[in-house]
Structure formats: structure tokens, C-alpha cells
Design a protein around this ligand. Structure first.
Ligand code: FAD
Length: 401
């Protein structure tokens, strides 16, 4: 079915990505995610070099930027393949939040910021993070925030408290969302995005937040951070003052396609594990788990859900590419909550089929169950997307407000 969307480029590249993962990543991924991640950084670096040598690195970037030059539809399909391993996107340098920052800076950062920060980021020499959400305010309504960036001479002085700054531990810089014009009558024009190098006396990584019993480290972590009289040159502004929310929207559009296709990759791997278990675990001398009708029903339902989810995401990517993110707003909301739900259900069924083994760390399933629960919360919680989609539909029936 997916062949429908293959381009000539993908016909050549997809098998290469699949081979790379099967040969170099699947055999070591479980060992890496079950120990402190920093220990494996040299291994990840070596795999990144190998990806570069094979010309598979940074599939979303153009060849003159050191990438493969795929369009959104093509990248979406590569993203699914990479999503089958927890390390896939990181090895190929198209992992969140770096990919979102790359796309944002590519479009809106100054030539100097690009040279100093974007180019090493694209080359995989450094990592970055994105600090917008604050513990004291509802992240679903981000116009409420207390972090400020005050202009003093040729510097911004930033003060504020953020959390869930993914992968701040070990990152070289963050893009921070801060209020620059608190008095603006339009709340959507009050904030700006400023790049902050993290080697800065005004920046503090308070902690990696423990999530379901695991604080993680480096790339696999979410930090609470503080900015206290944190000074950066005014040239570190991205775009112009007051453009913060517009930039955040621009950053999120393609980001949701990336996440959804990565989740479909996870679903496919979980589905494969589930079917393998169903056909190898014996209930008695004559029956495997897969002989039970209830398990057959789960397998059929998961298959249908994953197929439907993939088509919805690729259709959304197609519309975004042809008509832009604004025109695809409803489709983007639809896939965000629909695919996150398919992901949770598929993981849950795969775990159930594995029995006790499913909740151990002897398979990838429990890692994903913990790490991906956030899918229904970040980039807009399910409920926000559902409400926004329903309102847009009902508007067509004459309802306002
Ligand atoms: C794994 C993970 C990674 C993240 N990474 C980053 C990052 O790198 N940088 C960053 O800045 N932030 C990050 N976040 C934060 C994320 O953006 C916020 O969690 C999200 O915006 C929701 O905000 P909140 O957690 O404050 O929930 P709240 O806004 O307090 O909402 C709580 C719940 O209320 C409900 N709700 C909210 N609004 C509505 C509504 N309008 N209608 C109906 N129900 C509603 C939803 O069920 C929602 O889950 C991350 C979060 C997670 C889980």
C-alpha cells in the first residue's frame, strides 16, 4: 500500500535506511537504552559518521547543507522507518527538538546565528533544545508566561523558569520563548524567541525531571531550567521582536508530521514484536497464543488502525506540501490526536500479548510505553486538537464561538 507514495528517490533510499537499521542499530539498541545514555555517546557518534559516509545523514536537509534533500512526503516515509528504533532519528540527525530548531533557524535566523549555531547543528556536532513551557502556567495556553527578555543596551537579560525542556542536558544552546513586550494589547505579539548558549552563568539546569521512575540523561531527558539575569547579545533574537508565537506555529506544522510518522514506525515495530510473540509462545502442545481469537482480533484491529493512521498522515503531508500548513490545519489536528491514540493502543496490546515479559525492560515495548505516553500531551494535548477540529467543522454549519 505504501508503494503508492514512493518516489524514484525513495525506492533507492528506503531499503538503505532499513538495511542500516537492521544491521547496525537493532542489534545494539536495547543494550543502549537500558543503561545510562552518556556511556553510549561514542557509539552513537560512530554510527552518525557511518550514516554520513553512506550519504544517509540528515534526510530532511538539502544536499548543499550536508543532507539527502527529501521533501516532506519523502521524509515522512523515511521517518517511519527510523521510528522503528528509539535511536533512529538521533543517529540520522533528524531528532526532535533539533529538527524543529533547524527548520526554524533555517527560515528565520540571521546569517551570523546560522554560521555559529545552525551549521554545527546540521552537521551533528552539537545538540540543541527548546524552552517554552513553564511549570507555573498551562502550557496549552502558552500566551501566559512569566519569562521575560528585557533589552539593556546591546543585550537581552532573560529571567524565567521553564520545564520539559527536552534534551537540555548536553545541549549546546536553547531557543527560549520570552516576553519582550508585556504591554502589547495583542497577547500573541508579546513574546519573542531568543537563542541562549547554555554555557552561560545565567543558565541553570535544575534537574532532569524523573518521568515514570526514570530521570534519564543527555538526549533522553527532559529538564527543569532557570534563567537568572541571563545575558545574551541582542543579535541572538530569532526573527523580530513579537514574532515568537508566529515562529512557534511555523515550528510546529511539519513537526507534527515528523512525530506522527515516527509513531507509526514504533507501531510497526510493536506490531512485529506482537505477531512474533503470538506465533512463538505456546499455550500447550497444539496451540500458540496466536490461535486465540481475542489475540487475532487485536492483531487485525492494530493492523487496520496503523494502515489508516499512515494514510491520514501522508495525506496531511501531501496537503501541507501543496497548499501550506495553514490550509492543512484541520488535518494536522486530526492526525495529532488520532495517531497518538493508535500508538498507545498498539503498544498496550503488544505488551499484553507479551504478558509479564511486556512490562520488563527485556524488550523495547516498556521503553516506548513510558517515553511515548507524552505523545498525547506535547505539541498540543489531544483535547485541544479535538476541540479545535470540531469548532472548525461546526463553523461550516454556521456555529460560531
Ligand atoms: C515528553 C514531553 C516533551 C516535551 N518537550 C517540550 C520541550 O522540549 N519544550 C517545551 O517548551 N515544552 C515541552 N513539553 C511541554 C508541552 O508542550 C506541554 O506539556 C503541553 O503544552 C501541555 O501543557 P501542560 O503540560 O502545562 O498541560 P496543561 O496546559 O496544564 O493541560 C493539562 C490538560 O488539560 C487538558 N486541556 C488543556 N487545555 C484544554 C482545552 N483547551 N480544552 C480541553 N482540555 C484541555 C488536556 O487534557 C491537558 O493534557 C513537553 C511535554 C512532554 C510531555
Amino acid at each position: 500500500m505504501t508503494e503508492l507514495f514512493y518516489t524514484e528517490k525513495l525506492k533507492v533510499l528506503l531499503p538503505q535506511y532499513e538495511d542500516f537499521l537492521k544491521t547496525d542499530v537493532y542489534p545494539i539498541e536495547l543494550g543502549i537504552i537500558t543503561k545510562p545514555f552518556r556511556q553510549s555517546l561514542p557509539l552513537v557518534k560512530a554510527l552518525r559518521e557511518k550514516a554520513k559516509a553512506k550519504k544517509l545523514f540528515a534526510p530532511h536537509l538539502s544536499p548543499d547543507e550536508g543532507g539527502v534533500g527529501l521533501n516532506l512526503m519523502e521524509f515522512a516515509q523515511v521517518s517511519e522507518v527510523l521510528g522503528t528504533s528509539p535511536l533512529g532519528h538521533l543517529i540520522f540527525n533528524c531528532n526532535a527538538p533539533d529538527i524543529g530548531n533547524m527548520e526554524l533557524m533555517h527560515q528565520f535566523a540571521s546569517a551570523e546565528l546560522k554560521k555559529k549555531y545552525l551549521h554545527p547543528l546540521m552537521n551533528g556536532e552539537i545538540r540543541s533544545c527548546f524552552a517554552m513551557t513553564e511549570p507555573e502556567f498551562a502550557g496549552s495556553n502558552p500566551v501566559n508566561m512569566a519569562t521575560t527578555a528585557q533589552r539593556e543596551g546591546n543585550q537581552y537579560v532573560i529571567n524565567g523558569h521553564k520545564w520539559f525542556t527536552t534534551a537540555a542536558d548536553g545541549a549546546n544552546f536553547t531557543i527560549v520563548m520570552a516576553v519582550t513586550d508585556a504591554q502589547n494589547p495583542n497577547p500573541y505579539l508579546r513574546a519573542s524567541m531568543v537563542l541562549v548558549p547554555l554555557e552561560n552563568p545565567g543558565f541553570q539546569l535544575v534537574r532532569n525531571i524523573s518521568i515514570m521512575g526514570e530521570a534519564g540523561e543527555d538526549y533522553f531527558s527532559h529538564a527543569e531550567v532557570r534563567f537568572t539575569n541571563c545575558k545574551v547579545p541582542i543579535e541572538n533574537l530569532i526573527g523580530y521582536e513579537g514574532q515568537g508565537f508566529a515562529l512557534a506555529q511555523a515550528r510546529l506544522g511539519p513537526g507534527r508530521i515528523h512525530h506522527c510518522m515516527r509513531w507509526i514506525g514504533i507501531c510497526e515495530r510493536a506490531f512485529d514484536l506482537m505477531c512474533s510473540r503470538a506465533t512463538s509462545r505456546k499455550l500447550n502442545d497444539h496451540k500458540f497464543l496466536g490461535h486465540q481469537q481475542i489475540i487475532q482480533a487485536w492483531i487485525a484491529e492494530c493492523r487496520a488502525n496503523i494502515n489508516a493512521a499512515r494514510l491520514m498522515v501522508l495525506h496531511t503531508a501531501y496537503k501541507m506540501e501543496k497548499e501550506g500548513a495553514k490550509a492543512a490545519k484541520e488535518e494536522i489536528s486530526t492526525i495529532k490526536f488520532f495517531v497518538a491514540d493508535v500508538l498507545m493502543k498498539t503498544l498496550d496490546k503488544a505488551i499484553q500479548v507479551h504478558g509479564a515479559l511486556g512490562i520488563t525492560d527485556d524488550t523495547l515495548l516498556s521503553f516506548w510505553y513510558r517515553h511515548e505516553r507524552g505523545a498525547r500531551i506535547y505539541d498540543g494535548p489531544d483535547e485541544v486538537h479535538k476541540v479545535s477540529l470540531a469548532k472548525a467543522i461546526l463553523k461550516g454549519y454556521g456555529m460560531s464561538g
